[in-house]
Write a protein that binds this ligand. Structure first.
Ligand code: ARG
Length: 278
């Protein structure tokens, strides 16, 4: 008997999104601020650009709107637009980076928001690396800390956006941003790697999401959790095969997309994508 796909338990509705992305025109791995980055190994700007273009195309084919910000020479990580800020209900909390190699990205993204009609923009008091660590799930912000974002930024985000913020502590330097260890799939569903979090944060995640998709380290190691979901389609690396399976079983449509050149900087699909909400 040939294998047949189990029928999806429910049919998923996609949410059309507005996304901000930055072409990797000046991409290279010239410094190391996370364990994935090895400047002595070659990286190729042309391949990075081609892989990134494919992601933009895919978003547009799916019906999402992609806005572009001009890359700035000398800021090779600016392609990781997710870190450029956090937008909730049209309000923007600008990003303030941990490492000086990336600090100039904060004002660069901030100017984009100011030039594009965002009135409620806050320059942060504490370090936060945008959607790298601040992920909106329904009306709750899941907020990472441990490596980059200052835990005091969690309270700052809660006060500014007026949505409840749940702090989560990351413990493995390979999963240094929340979006490398956890992905929001829908308003009330997530997938994550339990061992990337402190014991207390694991308990919080179990309490909030008892039915979450739990990733294996094999899938997290290929950056499978750095995924983008529109509520129906989930874009993630093709090598994250168990996650593909688990997502399909829940009625999502996983789509394999690979950015191996950007992975050399410790980035993937979600890192390249900032959601413009409201
Ligand atoms: N090289 C960048 C850094 O270490 C990668 C950022 C990836 N972005 C993300 N949202 N996880 O800061």
């Amino acid at each position: 008997m040939p294998y047949t796909e189990p029928t999806a338990p429910q049919s998923r509705k996609m949410d059309t999104k507005r996304l901000l992305m930055c072409p990797p025109r000046y991409f290279e791995v010239s410094y190391s601020i996370n364990p994935w980055m090895e400047p002595e190994k070659p990286s190729d700007q042309g391949s990075a650009e081609a892989q990134w273009e494919r992601l933009v195309e895919l978003y547009r084919e799916l019906g999402h709107t992609v806005e572009l910000i001009d890359p700035v020479p000398g800021l090779p990580d600016m392609v990781f637009a997710a870190n450029g800020g956090t937008v909730v209900d049209g309000k923007v909390l600008a990003a303030r980076f941990r490492h000086m190699e990336r600090t100039a990205e904060g004002p660069a993204y901030l100017s984009w928001f100011q030039e594009h009609g965002y009135g409620a923009v806050r320059w942060p008091e504490y370090i936060n690396e945008g959607e790298g660590d601040l992920l909106l799930a329904g009306r709750r912000l899941l907020a990472g800390t441990g490596f980059r974002t200052d835990p005091r930024a969690h309270a700052e985000a809660q006060e500014f956006f007026g949505v409840p913020v749940t702090g989560l502590t990351l413990v493995n330097p390979r999963f240094y941003h929340l979006d490398t260890a956890l992905a929001v799939l829908s308003d009330d569903e997530v997938m994550y790697l339990p061992e990337a979090f402190s014991a207390g944060s694991q308990a919080v995640l179990r309490e909030l999401y008892p039915d979450a998709v739990l990733a294996t380290s094999e899938d997290a190691d290929v950056f499978g959790l750095n995924a983008f979901s529109d509520g129906r389609h989930v874009l993630l690396p093709s090598a994250a095969t168990r996650l593909h399976q688990a997502l399909r079983a829940r009625g999502f449509e996983p789509i394999g997309i690979d950015l191996p050149e950007l992975l050399k900087a410790g980035g993937g699909t979600k890192c390249c994508t900032l959601e413009l909400r409201g």
